[in-house]
Design a protein around this ligand. Sequence first.
Ligand code: BG6
Length: 489
Amino acid sequence: MIRDKVSTLLLFGATGDLAHRMLLPSLYGLHADGLLPDDFQIICTARSELDDEQYRASAVEALKEHVPANFYDPKSALVFSRRLTYVVLDATKPEGFKRLAKTVDPDAGLAIFLSTAPTLFKAVIDGLEAASLTGPRVRLALEKPLGTDLASSCEINDAVAIAFPESRTFRIDHYLGKETVQNLLALRFANSMFEPLWNSAHIDHVQITVAESIGLEDRGAYYDGAGALRDMVQNHMLQLLALVAMEPPGDFNATAVRDEKVKVLRALRPITPADVEATTVTGQYVKGAIEGQPVPAYADELGKESGTETFVAIKAFIDNWRWKGVPFYLRTGKRMPQRDTEIFIQFKDVPFSIFASRGATTRPNKLLISLQPSETIELRLMSKTPGLDRDGVRLREVSLDLGLANAFSEGRRRIAYERLLLPFSDRDGAVTHVIGSLKTISEDGGFEIKNLMRGSDTLPVPKLRTIIDRDLFHRAPDRIPSGDLIEFS
Ligand code: BG6
């Protein structure tokens, strides 16, 4: 943990999609709430030939578009934009770094955020080193993807490690900044009622779903080289899985939480090439309609045919005492019928039903944690249908429903990056749990991204029906997923 005042944020990739959609709006949110020191400066760099005023104008446009209308204030946006200065920089050329060094004082506390293509990470770090911008008061944040496979990930991590010790390196996963994801820890470890049931003796299976209705948008250049497995599974979904499955950490700090997550990742059963067919599904969306509006196929959005997966489903197992034999179904996809991120936990049915002889059937209890767009925690329980029961007892599933937006109506919902940028540029790193641990996992052969990818090239027909639906047909028949626009190859 580091506690050191930071006076400057240096943002690489400042004209990119992430900067416009998330980083600038998040910084604006912190500014508008008075959470940035008055003298806090933001130095933005990218290749485009812009001057300060042109960049500020483009930043204000981005804020207008991406900050929720009820929070956007033109005057405040203008004041915020005065914090921004712009330096033209081509990461592959040393001149830009020399110019940069003249505008930044690394001894006054500097936070550097790399929101560029990972192919540029090494060049940027070399450039920073050559310009003496890697001193003891400098910290670095990296956005995924950290490489495309183990070798390229190691290369990036090695390049980073030469210039920045682990304590000053932040690997960002914006899911960890989501209020609802943080709340998973509270649900599990601030309540005593779940923990005794949170294991294979009482849980039948877990489903983690991140369904998006958006398609490729303008991100073809990045996304087609990544695919859903690298874009969503290895980071966001494994973080969710680890939060659901980990042991209680000894303390609520970044190291303790991360250590427990790493143990879960190490215990993930490897998916070998021989397992790929029986435990994974990949697909790519074709043209169709969402909410009555026609939407193009992935290949049409991309402008060419492609083998990249936009949908992944995995049946995973965690081989440890707590989870032995409990399937974790992970699914994520773009252009799904609706946006939905949720964790569904199905408990085991009662061992013996005293109501069976009276004609009633029981259904297993379920806990549904919706992370977005709705923020709810729902516990589904069996209840007797009111009546005299002269024709037998009837039982029905009812929900104990907690709508978090209603329970906590005060305060605005923050963009996930606000939570991550604040500790990164201000104090400690308590919530910014790193995903670097995956590197070690892959070295141990724990999670075989490469093999999975290779295997998925040759998957036969609609396997969703075989591995996921077949299982769920028995386990949770009301939760068979629909993937209307997905074509399986
Ligand atoms: C990003 C992925 O990390 O997460 C995107 O690169 C995806 O492809 C996004 O759309 C989803 O984030 P959220 O916060 O909208 O669930």
